[in-house]
Design a protein. Structure first.
Length: 278
């Protein structure tokens, strides 16, 4: 009987040891979890606080007088207005300051200025902005319904032409003002022909004598100049503009009061009598 009691007691004692071991294991897991989570939470909180402090500090510094716009440097302008460009930069960067200025927006506005093709805008910390301009270069004077205008090599109409355009001494007639692919293609051909005429006539020292060229018909361009105080027209073919103009002038020189032009018939030059007024 006593043995049975001891065995039961021993069994009870053994069961209690297992329960104690399991309980201590659970406590150990929670302790470990707690000791691991707390530092992580504290670290996240510290990082968040530092981020807020950094953001507020950054905003304060960026908006301070340290980055206030004091100087605008514009380079690359010849025909474009540097003054207008400076005004655009000042209007868009004075309030936010150099650090917060929207450079892309400033660039886009500058590229709407007459003669500006592209613009690069950069910061010169702490208080300056640099603008580097690439201009559109006029290659022709185009006569439109509203007068004579400068055009670049891409056919972009830029601005009214001045009377003393030394590098472009005569106007191009026949420019199509239609908004179509065909018109754009033909105008591009007219520009190329005009540039070739100008280059060759400069070589022959004849460019200053020409008043205008009519390229309405790409197959039969015509040059207008003066002889004996009267306007005369010389018909040209599509090539060798320099020699053709020189030959035409030679044929009509001193006869401007009697003949109004020179036509090209095959390889022959034919003088066209001036029409008599009734």
């Amino acid at each position: 009987m006593a043995k049975k009691i001891r065995k039961q007691g021993a069994r009870v004692k053994h069961t209690t040891r297992k329960a104690t071991t399991k309980s201590s294991t659970d406590v150990s897991i929670f302790d470990r979890l707690g000791s691991g989570i707390v530092p992580i939470v504290l670290s996240i909180g510290l990082i968040a606080c530092l981020g807020i402090v950094f953001f507020l500090t950054y905003e304060t510094i960026a908006a301070s007088n340290f980055f206030r716009l004091r100087n605008v440097k514009v380079t690359g302008t010849d025909r474009a207005s540097a003054s207008d460009i400076e005004k655009i930069v000042t209007a868009n960067a004075e309030k936010p300051g150099v650090w917060n200025a929207d450079l892309l927006a400033i660039k886009q506005k500058i590229e709407n200025v007459t003669f500006v093709k592209t613009a690069a805008v950069s910061r010169r910390l702490p208080s300056g902005l640099n603008v580097t301009v690439t201009e559109r270069v006029p290659v022709a004077i185009v006569r439109l319904g509203g007068g004579d205008f400068l055009a670049d090599g891409e056919g972009v109409i830029l601005a009214p032409a001045k009377a003393d355009e030394k590098q472009i001494p005569f106007a191009l007639l026949g420019w199509s003002e239609e908004k179509s692919e065909k018109a754009a293609k033909e105008n591009n051909e007219r520009l190329k022909m005009y540039q070739k005429m100008l280059a060759e006539w400069k070589d022959y020292d004849l460019a200053k004598r020409v008043k205008q060229v009519d390229i309405s018909d790409l197959r039969e361009p015509k040059a207008t100049l003066e002889d004996s105080g009267m306007p005369v027209t010389i018909m040209l073919s599509r090539d060798n503009f320099g020699k053709q103009l020189a030959d035409g002038i030679k044929a009509i020189v001193g006869k401007g009061t009697m003949f109004e032009g020179v036509n090209l018939v095959g390889q022959n030059l034919v003088l066209v009598p001036r029409k008599q007024a009734n």
